[in-house]
Design a protein around this ligand. Structure first.
Ligand code: NAD
Length: 379
């Protein structure tokens, strides 16, 4: 079966998604569908043309509406900046397309909930790109939690830090302006951390947050002396209660000197703990109280064939996989859902649940108070 793709947004993630479709076919075979690169669009004509020529699309356009209405497109793949997800995804769903959308799903819980409801009503596949959930390491850690190997889980202490925006000479981009991004480090990086934490621990019940903008102005364009206002958080710290009774501390910064892709967390239970960092993607550190006490200590488990998804790439343990492999696992799950109707975790309802937590954190940081996440969904 052919899966005909219409890609909207030919930037970094547009390239990562296309790479993942190509390689999902190699990793998993035609049984899960054969991707056909039908049409690509970008607001930049140059980017659309370049993607068409280099990535194997048949056609290009600068009008995204052509893509969502195209009868030759099965999956609309949205990799534009956050602000355009809602309108494009809504139009694609209304045209009966399957939709694969980058995270965060939209700028608000209300918009995401509306899309999740519409997707359910239309009966189409609705997938949001929270790729860290697809990481074999996180599946392994979930298994440790669900099997009771860590005992009662009491604490999730997580961080997602990068220093990509530490340099104040870097100009304003869509990431700094709320009408395009929704929030700063919180929506960009923190939403990934929340997705992993809610996948592993279940939903967050209430939050108390603090956020700050340290670089308040940036050049309006590279090298310019005109300055524009940075509208959103450079960093955020959150205290959280999980519905399962555990305590959470979650933080995120986009100006964390020395941190490159530091999505890291420790989970502590009554019978063991786990420490994981995306900067050491292939290494899961585990500690079990059941180990012989003389030898007891944190030890490293390397990803290998016994961890879900790994054998798509390598037959033997300890051969490193990377970010683009995890995107391949994500795309495979999407293709399997389209072709075989298999279930998947990162649907639009999951995306909406992350946006709900994000909106509770924004409210808490603005009003300096505890916010009940569940009650927000009633508002
Ligand atoms: N899952 C991940 O790990 C991950 C990583 C990076 C980015 N993202 C998400 O992916 C999305 C895109 O981020 P990126 O880093 O690829 O950005 P990018 O700036 O590299 O690419 C975005 C592209 O969209 C185009 N574009 C902008 N508005 C458009 C419109 N209205 N119609 C068509 N094209 C439009 C831009 O010209 C650009 O080529 C964001 O939502 C971001 O949060 C996810």
């Amino acid at each position: 079966m052919e899966i005909r793709i219409g890609l909207i947004g030919a930037g970094w993630m547009g390239k990562a998604h296309t790479n993942a479709f190509v390689n999902a076919l190699i990793a998993f075979g035609q049984e899960y569908g054969k991707p056909v690169f039908e049409i690509v669009t970008d607001i930049s004509e140059e980017a659309a043309k370049k993607a068409c020529n280099n990535w194997g699309f048949s056609r290009w356009t600068i009008d995204w509406k052509e893509v969502v209405e195209d009868p030759h497109v099965d999956v609309v793949d949205i990799t534009t900046p956050n602000a355009f997800h809602y309108e494009v995804a809504k139009a694609a769903l209304e045209n009966g397309k399957h939709v694969y959308c980058e995270k965060p799903l939209t700028l608000s819980y209300q918009q995401s909930k509306e899309l999740a409801d519409l997707a359910r009503q239309k009966g189409v596949i609705n997938y949001v790109g929270y790729n860290n959930v697809m990481n074999p390491a996180n599946y392994y850690i979930k298994k440790l939690i669900d099997s009771g190997k860590l005992g009662n889980v009491m604490r999730f202490d997580g961080t997602y830090d990068q220093d990509m925006l530490l340099d104040p000479a870097l100009p304003i981009s869509w990431r700094h302006i709320n009408k395009y991004s929704g929030s700063g480090a919180l929506g960009d990086l923190g939403s990934h951390l929340i997705s992993v934490s809610q996948f592993l621990m279940g939903n967050i019940e209430s939050v108390n947050a603090l956020s700050k903008t340290f670089i308040k102005q940036r050049p309006s364009s590279a090298g310019s002396h005109d300055l524009g206002e940075v509208e959103n958080d450079d960093m955020v710290s959150v205290l959280a209660n999980y519905e399962n009774g555990a305590v959470g501390t979650l933080s995120s910064s986009r100006i964390a000197a020395g941190r490159k892709n530091f999505l890291s967390y420790e989970i502590q239970g009554t019978e063991g703990s786990v420490y994981y960092s995306l900067e050491r993607l292939n290494e899961v550190n585990v500690y079990f109280t059941s180990d012989n006490s003389a030898d007891r200590g944190y030890r490293t488990v390397f990803l290998g064939p016994e961890h879900k998804g790994y054998t798509a790439f390598n037959p033997a343990p300890g051969i490193a996989i990377g970010f683009n492999d995890i995107k391949i696992l994500e795309v495979h799950e999407l293709m399997a859902a389209v072709v075989k109707g298999t279930s998947y975790i990162c649907d639009f309802a999951f995306g909406a649940s992350i946006d709900l937590t994000v909106s509770a954190i924004l409210e808490s940081a603005a009003d300096q108070k505890w916010v009940d996440v569940k009650n927000k969904s009633i508002v």
